[in-house]
Design a protein around this ligand. Structure first.
Ligand code: NBP
Length: 474
């Protein structure tokens, strides 16, 4: 029997994707550098569907029906290049290599270009949802040629998560578009987690609630407009007691958040594109700060404010909910701005509303909220910012008093809330009639003759600051 598709790289992700494919009735050829993993998979889960084990890349390729479809699920970076170099000579024009790892989109662009010269479709694909998603239905973001999607799409849509019967998978755009969008997805995930962390911190150390009480607050929020996977698991984590000590679990975990790099890539790319993703940046920096043990130790004795408490924990929790919702709108709006900017820069023609649609299920940032983003782009596909959408503008307007109060309270109590604060600043900066950028540009002209433009006339000007201060047109 010929396999519909092959998977090489059978660690947690590859193994679960292969099982997902087999469970959906697709005969799947499986291969791993270390053959023991292949044997384990077949021995343990062989009953779930048709697995065709392969000991070598050549055997794997021989098991595939044409055009061949091969998913590579190995560690991102050099291992991906090594695997591509191994398989490419065994493939024929028209065959497809799907890289489901977390590759940097610029690597994907390079690999796509190279394989295209050999007639092979390279489909850099973002896959979100972790281990469980891979098995039960991830959110899938394939890039590559439209032609390859015609062959691959039905298979990928079959194993993707479904929301209201709609698969969480669509063709994102050419070459690196899929991995770019997956990168921004992860960046948004960083921002969302940071905002949730700040909400928790404010309720814990601002309102003095216990983790179990905060768990209830999050569980209640999860029944409202904040309903999402991240809020749901936050409630579960906060309700959990450490079996060894009987203490709240969150209190026995070292307060040092690690990162694998996709958040950092998002910010690096945003800097290059000139897109202000301040929410994602603050989240990446907050994780970095948490890890600087010596820095934190050195600063521990710095004075803080005199202790005081928000009067009423109940109404403060409502205000924090509003601040969280508003800040989340801003963080997502910034992420979607980056997607639109990347799409314009690389000519990908990405439909941002379609991204919101495929993130509604399967992935880590899945949320009811994404339906609102989908609707906003449906109403105005070319909108420069989600904040201008009628629903979001109203939600921000309704939240703003509470949002301001929460940011002020955080400052007053000495509780860091960089995510809430930067989101509010972004909101106020976009609203502002005039920005102090006028002064910045005047300073640039003063020290570097960088020129400026005027509000009342066309053209570029320079003032002779060091001399007679006369203005000259340049
Ligand atoms: P890992 O990222 O831990 O990679 C392990 C796999 O890579 C094994 O199959 C290993 O083979 C193979 N491999 C390595 Br390492 N070097 C190789 C080489 N030179 N040649 C051939 N194979 C090589 O696995 P994972 O956690 O399943 O993730 C797979 C990909 O999916 C990664 O890119 C990851 O970033 C991405 N991803 C992961 C998650 C998640 O939740 N874990 C979610 C979304 C995306 P071996 O068995 O012989 O050592």
């Amino acid at each position: 029997q010929e396999a519909s598709i092959g998977v090489t790289g059978l660690a947690v992700m590859g193994r679960n994707l292969a099982r997902n494919l087999a469970r959906h009735g697709h005969p799947v050829a499986v291969h791993n550098r270390t053959a023991a993993r292949t044997e384990e998979l077949v021995a343990e889960f062989g009953h779930e569907g048709t697995f065709i084990p392969a000991k070598t890349p050549r055997e794997l390729v021989a098991a595939l029906r044409r055009p061949r479809r091969l998913i590579v699920m190995v560690k991102a970076g050099a291992p991906t290049d090594a695997v591509i170099a191994e398989f490419a000579p065994l493939l024929e024009p028209g065959d497809m290599i799907v890289d489901g790892g977390n590759a940097h989109f610029s690597d994907t662009r390079r690999r796509e270009r190279w394989l295209r010269e050999h007639g092979i479709h390279f489909v850099g694909t973002g896959i979100s949802g972790g281990e469980e998603g891979a098995l039960h239905g991830p959110s899938i973001m394939p890039g590559g040629s439209a032609e390859s999607y015609r062959e691959l799409g039905p298979l990928l849509e079959d194993i993707a998560a479904k929301v209201d019967g709609v698969p969480c998978c669509t063709h994102v755009g050419p070459d690196g578009a899929g991995h770019f969008v997956k990168m921004v997805h992860n960046g948004i995930e960083y921002a969302d987690m940071q905002l949730i962390g700040e909400a928790y911190d404010l309720l814990r150390h601002g309102a003095g609630l216990a983790p179990s009480e905060i768990a209830e607050v999050f569980a209640a929020w999860n029944r409202g407009r904040l309903e999402s996977y991240l809020i749901e698991i936050t409630a579960q984590v906060l309700a959990h007691t450490d079996p060894a000590t009987g203490r709240p679990f969150v209190d026995v975990v070292l307060d040092r958040a690690e990162q694998k790099g996709t958040g950092r890539w998002t910010v690096q790319t945003a800097l290059e594109l000139g897109v202000p993703v301040s929410g994602i940046a603050e989240a990446v920096f907050a994780r970095a700060l948490s890890g600087h043990a010596a820095l934190r130790r050195a600063a521990r004795a710095l004075p803080g404010p005199r202790p005081s408490r928000p009067a009423d924990a109940g109404s403060f929790a409502d205000e924090v909910e509003k601040a969280l919702y508003a800040s989340k709108i801003v963080a997502y709006a910034q992420g979607f701005h980056q997607i639109q900017a990347g799409s314009a820069e690389y000519g990908w023609n990405i439909d941002p509303g379609a991204m919101a649609t495929i993130w509604r299920g399967g992935c880590i940032i899945r949320a009811r909220f994404l339906d609102r983003i989908r609707a906003a782009y449906a109403a105005d596909p070319a909108t420069p910012t989600l904040l201008a959408d009628e629903y979001f503008a109203q939600a921000l307007g309704d939240a703003q008093d509470a949002w301001r109060k929460v940011v002020a309270t955080a400052a007053h109590l000495g509780i860091p809330a960089p995510g809430f604060a930067t989101a509010l600043s972004y909101y106020d900066a976009l609203r502002a009639e005039r920005l102090p950028a006028a002064l910045t540009q005047a300073q640039r002209d003063f020290f570097g003759a960088h020129t400026y433009r005027r509000v009342d006339r066309e053209g570029s000007y320079h003032t002779r600051w060091a001399g007679d201060r006369a203005e000259i047109a340049v």
